[in-house]
Design a binder for this molecule. Sequence first.
Ligand code: SF4
Length: 467
Amino acid sequence: MCGDGILMEEFITQQEITKQYDIAAALKGETAGKRACVITFGCQQNEHDSQRIAGALQLCGYELTDDSSLADMIIINTCAIREHAEVRALSEAGQFKGRKQQNRSIKIGVCGCMAQQAHRREQIYKSYPYVDFIFGTDMHHRLPEIVQTVLNSKKRVSFITDKPHNEFGVISEGMPVCRDSKYKAWVPVMYGCNNFCTYCVVPYARGHERSRNSADVLAEVKGLVEQGYKDITLLGQNVNSYNGGCDFATLLTQCASFDGEYRMRFMTSHPKDASSALIDAIAQNEKIAKHFHLPVQSGSNRILKLMNRKYTREQYLEKAFEIKQKNPDISLTTDIIIGFPTETDEDFADTMSLVKQVGFDMIYTFIYSPRVGTVAAKMEGQIPKEVSNQRFKALSDMENDLAQELNYKFIGKKMRVLSDGISKNGTYCGRCTQNKIVNFDKPIPAGEFADVLIETVGSYQLNGKII
Ligand code: SF4
């Protein structure tokens, strides 16, 4: 055992990591002058995975590019959480058909949650013959070996663990990460999920929960703070069940204990596991951002039960009120699924009333789409698209008004903002501790803090002057 409850077998051995470094070093002659591009779909976990993939490609000697038309090696990191994400990833893969016909030496790979699904792999093999290789969500540490095999093989290559979900899943430390920001960083603390919500593919695609050792997480965060990172997010599908030698509230507090001005965030919490200790930690430590993302998914107890969420509307409300009572200025955000099988007008009304009762700063609303292999996909009573669309609009309209009302309290307040430089719209902007977008009047270099006096607000942004 290594720390409380961590099995050594869950960790990739140092010997294996050294082997991958050796393969990468040997590849450098072959990859000199070549470029690689990683295209990412999906959640923050996928974004971080792509940074690991990019780090490994760099280690193998590739120069990284964002322009796939210049790349000799293209890897598409896919997401399977919703149908829309899958369609987009497949259409991206389809774009490379012509390119591959013009230049057979280009290598195209697909990885991520879609690659973990047998029916999608079959589809890619049959309909996308120009995809050269596929690898799974637990294979990132083997990228040098994968690249070596791909470059030396005339056949298509697959690196997938076909073990049952409760067996696969490993933790690797020591492989490089190529971060795309000099001041914002993701740090995974755990992988996988044990919850089996009936609509979700994550436990099947990413395996059972396993936590990184707290010492490794702390060393990474300390290193990032020393390098000047200002906004660090601890990542996991359900960070509250972190079990890498201490509980999550302790880990977060320790991560927020280093010298210097920076913010610690976390993503995501399951309401059944969000502890009072975590809520207290947010209230007591200035470096822990005042933002809590607590996905509720539905306000109806009947639907929550069908979703296998393991909490009731009443328990969720209790938790939400505890968060707000202990942290009066906190931003509380959530996810809601509209049109879950059998959702009635009454169920939806329960969701609307919960939203009003809580007062969320932002809702990420999704229309339910059945995912192959999940329990909900086989349920009767799938909801027609038009009904879901109407409910989606009703919820969005109400939330826009509620969010704006919540923002009025910030008018006249001084907010500490971490600048993101210039936005796509040409405005100067950044994020406050609540993770709200703040627009301001003067240029502040990206990655620097500034104080902004808030003058006006919208539903999802605050506007003010630098003071
Ligand atoms: S908690 Fe539920 S929704 Fe979240 S990843 Fe796990 S199974 Fe999916």
